[in-house]
Design a protein around this ligand. Structure first.
Ligand code: ADP
Ligand code: MG
Length: 557
C-alpha cells in the first residue's frame, strides 16, 4: 500500500458492482477488519458497544501517512487498485475505495494511524462527506485505529429494521469467525461493552482455528490437506473425520476463495456428494475448503458484498475437490493425524531411553514432507487376534486398532457393489409372496427380472451376484423391494452379505479383510455412517503407562 490512496477514475468505478453494503454492525466490522488484514495486520482488536452504536477496530498493520489519512474518507479512494486491468489482479480484500466513505456518511468516523517507522501518528475526524475536519498528532503505536460511532444515527429507519443487539452481536461473532478461518495467522481479541468477549489464537493452519470456534470439535477430529494444483493455485481442505464429527445441518460446509468466504453452491454440493455414504442419515460433514487461485480466474463483481463470485473452470475445481476429499478420507500413514506425533514420540522415547533426557530434543526432527506416493500406501496392519468373534485386533507400527469385522466387511462389499452391481440368474427363481405394486415396481427399477407366477406369487429370476448363493436370498430381495434408490439397494445388499458378528475368523481371513478394508475409498465409516475402527495409538499408550517416568529417574539411566 506504499503507492498511496488515490481516487479511482470513472471508467473503473463504472465496472465495479454498486457500492459496499453497510447495513448492519456486522457489515461495519467486516469492512474494518478487512482493511486491517489488507494492511498486513497480525493482531486485530475489535471493540463493540452495540447500545451506543459504536465499533472500534485497532490493528498493527502498515498504518497510513498523513496524506493518505486525509484522502481515506473520500469517495472511490483506494490504494489497492488504479485501473481497469487491476480488477483482474485483485489480491486484497477491498478494492472499491468506498467503505470508509460510506462509514463517514452513516456515522461519525475517526481514524488514528501511524505508519511503521514514523515518529508520530495522526488523528483525523471526518465530516459526512468524508473530508478531514480535524487533524492532530496522536501518540499511538504503529498501526491504525478506526472508530465508528453513532452508526445509522441519521437513519432511524435503518436502525429500527435491525434485530436486537444480542442477535447483531451473534452476526458480528460469525463474521469474525469466518474471516479468522480464512486468515489463521492473525490474533483476534474481541471486546463487548468494555469486557473481553472472545479471543482467537493464531495457528499455522485453519486446523488450529476451527476447534476454537466449534468447541465440540477437537484438533484430532480434523484432517487437513493442502494440494498444489497448478503452479500458482492451491486447494486447502479441512475435513471433519466422518467417524468423529458431523452436524445436524449443512452449516459447516464452507468455501473460501483467496481469503474470503463465498457462496459457491456448486462446490458445496460437490462436498456433500463426496462425503455422502460416509455419514449417518441426515447428518452433514464439517468441511472448510479454501481455494487460493490466480486472481484473473475470479470476478468479484457478481455481488456488492463480494459474497458471490464467478469462478472460472468450475468443473475442474469440482473434480479437484472430490479427489482431495477422497484422499483425506483414506487411512494411510501420511494421512493419519497422529502420524507426526507417533513418529516424534517414538523418537523421543528411543532417544530418552538410550541416552537419558538430554539428547532427546535434538532428535525430534520435523516430519518428512509427504509425497503423493506415501499418501496412497497402506499402513502395515497385522491381524493379531479376534476378540468376542466380533473385533479384529490389529497392530501397526504406531499402535493398535480394533476393527469391527461386520462393518469393515460391509464397507468392502459396498464399494465392490458400487464398482459393479452385477445381476446374475438365480436357479431356481426366488419366489416372493404378496408383493404390492409399489414393491414390484421397485424391484424392476433396480433391474431385477420379475414375473407373476400364480396367485399372489412372483418369481424373481435375477439377483445381485452377492445374494445369489445365499439361503436367505428371497428374504434379501424382499428387503430390496421396500424402497430406496439403487444406492440404497447396494447398501442393503452389502449389509446383508457382510460377515456376521459372532463368526469366528482365522488369522488369514482377518488379514485379508484388513487389507481389503484399508484399500477402500472411505475406510472410516460404513455406508450407514457408523465408525469402523477404534485406535489406540502408541503415543496414548506411552502416556497412559507413564513411560516417560523411567527416564533418568530411579534406575541410574
Ligand atoms: P478499500 O479497502 O476498498 O481500498 P476503504 O474505503 O475500505 O477502501 O479504505 C480506503 C483506503 O484506506 C484503503 O485503500 C487503504 O489504503 C486505507 N486504509 C483503510 N483502513 C486501513 C487500515 N486499517 N490500515 C491501513 N490503511 C487503511
Ligand atoms: Mg476496505
Amino acid at each position: 500500500m506504499s503507492s498511496g490512496i488515490q481516487t479511482l477514475p470513472l471508467e473503473v468505478v463504472d465496472l465495479i458492482a454498486a457500492g459496499e453494503v453497510i447495513d448492519s454492525l456486522a457489515a461495519v466490522v467486516r469492512e474494518l477488519v478487512e482493511n486491517s488484514l489488507d494492511a498486513g495486520a497480525t493482531r486485530i482488536v475489535v471493540s463493540l458497544w452495540p447500545e451506543h452504536w459504536r465499533v472500534r477496530v485497532a490493528d498493527n498493520g502498515c498504518g497510513m501517512a498523513l496524506g493518505d489519512l486525509q484522502q481515506a474518507g473520500a469517495a472511490h479512494s483506494t490504494s489497492k487498485i488504479r485501473s481497469c486491468e487491476d480488477l483482474w489482479k485483485i489480491t486484497s480484500l477491498g478494492f472499491r475505495g468506498e467503505a470508509l466513505h460510506s462509514l463517514a456518511q452513516l456515522a461519525e468516523l475517526e481514524i488514528w494511524s501511524r505508519p511503521a517507522g514514523a515518529g508520530e501518528g495522526w488523528r483525523i475526524a471526518y465530516c459526512s462527506a468524508g473530508k478531514a475536519i480535524q487533524v492532530e498528532t496522536a501518540a499511538i503505536a504503529p498501526g491504525t485505529v478506526v472508530s465508528v460511532s453513532n452508526i445509522f444515527g441519521a437513519w432511524p429507519a435503518c436502525r429500527q429494521g435491525l434485530p436486537s443487539p444480542a442477535q447483531q452481536m451473534k452476526a458480528v461473532q460469525a463474521t469474525i469467525q469466518q474471516i479468522a478461518l480464512c486468515h489463521p495467522h492473525v490474533t483476534w481479541q474481541v471486546w463487548l461493552r468494555d469486557h473481553e468477549w472472545f479471543t482467537l489464537s493464531p495457528g499455522a493452519t485453519t486446523q488450529q482455528l476451527l476447534p476454537q470456534i466449534l468447541r465440540q470439535v477437537r484438533l484430532s477430529d480434523l484432517q487437513q490437506l493442502k494440494v498444489e494444483v497448478q503452479p500458482h493455485s492451491s486447494l486447502q481442505l479441512l475435513l471433519g473425520l466422518p467417524d468423529r464429527c458431523h452436524r445436524h445441518r449443512p452449516d459447516w460446509v464452507r468455501v473460501a476463495v483467496n481469503g474470503r468466504m463465498v457462496k459457491l453452491p456448486e462446490l458445496e454440493q460437490t462436498i456433500l456428494s463426496a462425503t455422502s455414504r460416509t455419514l449417518p442419515r441426515d447428518r452433514y460433514p464439517i468441511c472448510f475448503l479454501h481455494l487460493v487461485i490466480s486472481p484473473n480466474q475470479i470476478n468479484w463483481n457478481r455481488h456488492p458484498a463480494k459474497a458471490e463470485i464467478y469462478l472460472h473452470h468450475l468443473s475442474y475445481w469440482q473434480e479437484q475437490v472430490t479427489l482431495a476429499i477422497e484422499q483425506a478420507l483414506r487411512i494411510s500413514p501420511a494421512i493419519l493425524p497422529e502420524a507426526v506425533h507417533i513418529e516424534r514420540v517414538g523418537k523421543l522415547l528411543k532417544a530418552a531411553e538410550a541416552k537419558g533426557v538430554y539428547g532427546a530434543s535434538r532428535s525430534i526432527q520435523p516430519a518428512p514432507v509427504e509425497t503423493q506416493e506415501k499418501a496412497h500406501s497402506l499402513i502395515q496392519l497385522r491381524a493379531v487376534a479376534q476378540v468376542h468373534n466380533t473385533y479384529i485386533l490389529a497392530e501397526h507400527p504406531g499402535g493398535l486398532w480394533l476393527v469391527e469385522q461386520h462393518i469393515a466387511h460391509e464397507r468392502v462389499l459396498y464399494e465392490q457393489l458400487l464398482q459393479s452391481f452385477q445381476l446374475v440368474p438365480v436357479e431356481p427363481p426366488a419366489m416372493l409372496k404378496a408383493l404390492s405394486p409399489a414393491q414390484r415396481a421397485q424391484l424392476q427399477r433396480i433391474g431385477l427380472d420379475i414375473e407373476p407366477f400364480g396367485d399372489q406369487l412372483w418369481a424373481v429370476r435375477t439377483a445381485p451376484a452377492l445374494l445369489q448363493k445365499r439361503d436367505d436370498c428371497a428374504e434379501a430381495l424382499l428387503e430390496l423391494s421396500w424402497g430406496g434408490d439403487l444406492q440404497a439397494a447396494q447398501v442393503a445388499t452389502a449389509c446383508r452379505s457382510a460377515i456376521r458378528n459372532g463368526t469366528p475368523l482365522s488369522l488369514e481371513q482377518m488379514q485379508t479383510l484388513l487389507d481389503q478394508w484399508q484399500r477402500t475409498r472411505n475406510p472410516r465409516t460404513c455406508p450407514h455412517g457408523r465408525p469402523i475402527h477404534l485406535s489406540l495409538e502408541e503415543s496414548a499408550l506411552a502416556r497412559f503407562f507413564r513411560r516417560h517416568w523411567v527416564i533418568g529417574k530411579s534406575h541410574g539411566i
